[in-house]
Design a protein around this ligand. Structure first.
Ligand code: FES
Length: 562
């Protein structure tokens, strides 16, 4: 490799004082001149944090990447970026996804790195890295941390979120004791790594692989599995080659790659959050996506992967069955097989012979679980710019439903009254919650999975239609309409829905309809007033001033590609 062609060359070579000073400061790490001089610098962008249990093992992964970089003749330098831990951050990690993407982009751009291996895992960390990688456009490879070991209680697997919520509903109704709940608490999250079902983190790891930005076969390897570290070593080796080849994200994240990623998302029954993240990632490139792309691809893509919350199995089972390559092999006739990936080969070359070891976990395309993909896009006078719905996690009998709305004006109002036995609702009711959007909440939190009201649970009703402008955890399930756009917080039609208004959800025709005339909606909106802004200073104000709506990906307007 000609060192004068390296991006880092101008930092460390030349006759200026700063060239000398930078070399001296690299030596301060205890590195000999021979170890780094003239070698490609591989940044290891690490979102490790003990405040993010999903990513808490990434230092060990970074060590494996370093081994690979050294072995291939490169020089590794690890650096931190903000980590977004889904479990702890308030008000929501989504408020900070764009901040992390900026951190990634500027850390890469400002520093002497020739290529970057990006370590991530928890929900927002993978899209933030992909967004930053797209904007910086320095050779980049996404390496996710893998799912944690499947939870297990009394011989039964427990999926984080998916089963945790069901168990907690049983606890709310007295069917699980406090002692049992405490025991389950110690059985559910058995290692570092991201959630064990096809939640947002798993979905985004799969999408990174389907986009071609991760090594084939990497997304589903369990976090503690030794094969993950071996592959991390390979990622370090490969990055040195990618630098030599000039293999930048713009050569990988093409329009075709995004269409492949959407198709795979549909086939795995991926998280609804993937929609907003893919819109944002593509928005950093010249290949912008629109919501309709998701619905068009959903209609022609079979749902194949039998993993919770849309199916029965766990991410560990998905890995043992063959993981992403097995899914992409099934979809190959409908994919862009010539899309390039970070290993230097095309999708078709990577997956053409991928084995499928379990046709129950990964169905054959000739025997899908469902003929269409997991996520669909709804439109109508309640969501003129679209809404997102996960049909594979919904109750079929509710997918064509008309019922009277019961409105919660805010999350707090819902939270305070959802367990009241006096709620005047029944199984036919459509629960509506306002104030969950990017502006209204703020930050677009995962409030959309409105808990089932206790009064309905007591009657044995386990699902009802729920509608909001919020997001929902990818581990959740139910007949839940999300991302209603424009949001109520900026005066979208959701803002004027009143208890008793009739609403129709019809998934087959992709319809979300409020039974009011245009004149009635306009009259109610004419008296609507926005709430005062949640932030008047700092990052929160920047967010409110520049975040786009859900149907555009919620990136900041000034970060999108021109
Ligand atoms: Fe991090 Fe679920 S909490 S992936």
């Amino acid at each position: 490799m000609d060192p004068t062609k390296l991006r880092s060359y101008s930092w460390f070579n030349g006759k200026e004082y700063y060239n000398f000073s930078r070399r001296a400061n690299i030596r301060a790490l205890g590195i000999s001149r021979q170890a780094f001089h003239g070698k490609p610098v591989v940044g290891i962008c690490n979102s490790f944090s003990e405040l993010n249990n999903c990513n808490a093992h990434l230092r060990i992964v970074a060590d494996a990447v370093k081994r690979g970089v050294w072995a291939a003749g490169g020089f590794p330098l690890e650096f931190p970026v903000i980590s977004l831990g889904e479990q702890y951050m308030k008000p929501t990690t989504m408020l900070f996804r764009n901040l992390m993407a900026m951190d990634v982009e500027e850390s890469v751009r400002a520093n002497p790195v020739d290529g970057v291996v990006m370590l991530c895992g928890c929900d927002k960390t993978t899209p933030a890295m992909l967004m930053g990688a797209a904007s910086a456009n320095v050779p980049a490879l996404i390496f996710t941390g893998g799912p944690s070991l499947s939870g297990n209680y009394k011989g039964k697997t427990i999926g984080q979120g998916t089963d945790g919520r069901k168990i907690f509903d049983l606890f709310r109704t007295g069917k699980v004791s406090p002692e049992e709940l405490e025991e389950i608490e110690g059985c559910m999250v058995r290692s570092s790594g991201h959630c064990t079902v096809m939640g947002t983190a798993s979905t985004m790891a799969v999408i990174a692989e389907a986009l071609g930005m991760s090594l084939p076969g990497s997304a589903a390897i369990p976090a503690p599995d030794s094969r993950r570290l071996a592959l991390a070593e390979m990622a370090g080796r490969r990055m040195v080659e990618m630098i030599e080849e000039g293999l930048t994200p713009s050569r990988v994240m093409t329009k075709e790659a995004f269409e492949n990623a959407i198709a795979v998302d549909m086939a795995i029954g991926g998280s609804t959050n993937a929609v907003v993240h893919l819109l944002a990632i593509a928005g950093r490139t010249p290949h912008k996506l629109v919501l309709q792309d998701f619905d068009d691809i959903s209609r022609r893509t079979p749902f194949l992967v039998n993993v919770r919350p849309s199916g029965e199995h766990m991410m560990e089972d998905f890995f043992y069955a063959g993981g992403v390559p097995a899914v992409m092999r099934e979809l190959l006739p409908n994919l862009h097989g010539d899309a390039l990936t970070v290993n230097g080969k095309t999708i078709a070359e990577n997956v053409a012979d991928a084995p499928n070891h379990n046709h129950d976990v990964i169905r054959l395309a000739s025997n899908p679980i469902y003929a269409e993909g997991g996520t669909v896009i709804l439109r109508g006078n309640l969501s003129p710019n679209g809404a997102v719905f996960k049909q594979t996690a919904a109750s079929p009998h509710l997918c064509s439903h008309t019922g009277p709305a019961f409105v919660f004006e805010s999350y707090q109002e819902m939270h305070d009254s959802i367990d009241s036995m006096d709620l005047p609702i029944d199984a036919n009711t459509v629960l509506v919650m306002k104030g969950g959007g990017p502006h209204g909440a703020p930050g677009f939190p995962e409030w959309g999975h409105i808990p089932m009201p206790k009064v309905l649970l007591e009657q044995g009703v386990s699902d009802c239609v729920r509608i909001s402008d919020a997001r929902m955890s990818g581990t959740s399930f139910g007949t839940v309409v999300l991302h209603v756009s424009p949001e109520s917080g900026i005066g979208g039609p959701l803002a004027i829905v009143q208890t008793g208004d009739l609403i129709t959800l019809d998934v087959a025709t992709r319809c979300l309809h409020l039974h009011l005339t245009d004149e009635e909606i306009a009259a109610r909106l004419s008296t609507w007033k926005p709430a005062p802004p949640h932030y008047t200073r700092g990052y929160g104000k920047l967010f409110l001033d520049h975040v786009t709506q859900a149907h555009l990906g919620c990136d900041f307007d000034f970060l999108q590609a021109e």
